[in-house]
Design a protein around this ligand. Structure first.
Ligand SMILES: [Zn+2]
Length: 266
């Protein structure tokens, strides 16, 4: 079976920005005003208690990041490669707990501080309830990751962003579920006043019928729903046990969907 993203869209675009400095306010607004969505990875231990600080005000997260997702980046931005198992578990779990208390929703996404991870760290993250985590590695092929705890981006925003965007818009039709995933830090735009990089990209990508604009978590949830589909052995029936509507390519690539809980004849 070949799939679409929700509402029969053929491509997805997402962003991932780290560290929660105040420049996130401007970035979140640029993305939001163009109908784009991303995930902001925060260190609960460095968030501020007031405005006009170096980091965002922890009492205004819902307002600052409206329409976006908030994820874990470690309480204190520790390099997990240098931590004991107990330290890793505390750094991640306590960040979850602090962010969840501020937001009132489960926080199960993450980005690795310093990009540091290995197999052992990934196994500890599972125990901490983390479902997906971004690396600083790049996968230039616009692919959804096989292992979401090792989620490479398409590119950092300083790495030929417009060229990659152009490539993404012109991908051949056979490419299934292409995903463009851009990462960075908002302070990089502020540091050398290069906001035009993200503004021009947002202008170019906005309002396209074929693109699903989603947070990291929404993409994770959708891919899990696809992976959970249950087929009969002859492939003639499919059941969707999840709470997410799954879209696929019917005859002549017409978008069809399988509703939550539906048992469908193919
Ligand atoms: Zn960081």
């Amino acid at each position: 079976m070949k799939y679409y993203y929700p509402e029969g869209k053929s491509k997805a675009l997402t962003f991932s920005y780290d560290d929660g400095q105040i420049h996130d306010i401007r970035l979140a607004e640029i993305l939001r005003s163009h109908g784009l969505k991303g995930t902001f990875n925060l260190n609960s231990g460095t968030l501020a208690n007031e405005d006009n600080s170096f980091f965002v005000n922890k009492n205004k997260l819902a307002e600052i990041y409206a329409g976006h997702e908030i994820a874990v980046h470690g309480v204190e931005h520790k390099n997990l490669g240098n931590c004991t198992d107990t330290e890793i578990i505390c750094e991640i779990t306590n960040d979850r707990i602090a962010l969840e208390n501020l937001l009132g929703v489960p926080v199960q996404g993450m980005a690795y501080a310093y990009g540091a991870y290995d197999k052992h760290i990934m196994s500890l993250l599972k125990a901490c309830g983390i479902k997906y985590s971004r690396t600083v590695g790049e996968n230039p092929w616009f692919e959804v990751p096989k292992n979401f705890l090792e989620w490479d981006s398409t590119c950092h925003h300083n790495n030929d962003l417009m060229k990659k965007g152009e490539e993404f818009l012109n991908l051949p039709n056979w490419k299934e579920l292409p995903l463009m995933y851009v990462w960075g830090h908002s302070f990089e735009f502020a540091g050398n006043d290069s906001w035009n990089i993200i503004e021009e990209f947002a202008e170019k990508m906005q309002g396209r019928d074929e693109i699903w604009y989603a947070t990291n978590g929404e993409i994770y949830d959708y891919m899990q729903a696809i992976r959970r589909l249950e087929f009969t052995a002859d492939g003639k029936m499919v059941k969707n046990p999840s709470t997410v509507t799954v879209w696929y390519k019917g005859e002549n690539e017409k978008p069809e969907c399988i509703l939550p809980g539906e048992l469908k004849k193919l």
